[in-house]
Design a protein around this ligand. Sequence first.
Ligand code: GLN
Length: 239
Amino acid sequence: MTAPLRLVHLYPREMNIYGDHGNVLTLLRRLEWHGYRAEVTAVHRGDRLPPDADLLIGGGGQDSGQGLVESDLLRLGPDLTAMAADGTPMLMVCGLYQLFGHTFHTSSGRVLHGVGVLDIQTVGSPERLIGNVVAVSEEFGQVIGYENHSGRTTLGTGAAPLARVAAGMGNNGSDRTEGARYNNVIGTYLHGSLLPRNPTIADHLIATALQRRFGSANLRALDESSTGEARRVALTRPR
Ligand code: GLN
């Protein structure tokens, strides 16, 4: 049996809404089904990042929750930047997606500074973008999720969109992009949770982490019948 893969969950107390914790559960369960062991380390404010982190996961939160973690995240910024440049896979949803960018100007006039791992910036608006989303990615296929955010995010030249919006608003409601990618970092507005409904993204993160740790990733063909049913039902939901 190989050593466990180390999953790191950033700020699960403050940054965990709309079921984002389900992303961690999905990664754990799929790793088990693929025949690998994994352990989760929660990183709370004041904690250090474990040196053997293989995959980082972060969720969404209210502007107030983002304000609570802002300075602590900036403390981790140099390490996170180095890990991202080195190819560590990461999934950051909504609130932490925004704080992995440069800045978030909230709709109440506060400026939250991010770590700048992703070349994105966000400006809040009093009108929230809420509802079910379907987006299309060349690599991952149809990406399905749920969005609820005040922030409008624009991508700089250093970030590529995760997907193009087919239904819903995505990054900003105007350029039809959804999410951002840099190296093996994925940022997205999609909750749901995202990964139970989007196994291509889950297995991409898993395969990247395994490849980096062990030099190979032997993923099994899994029974996706309940995933398929969840996706089918999600696609029939109104906006
Ligand atoms: N507070 C941020 C916004 O409203 C993020 C919201 C979220 O994480 N769902 O844009």
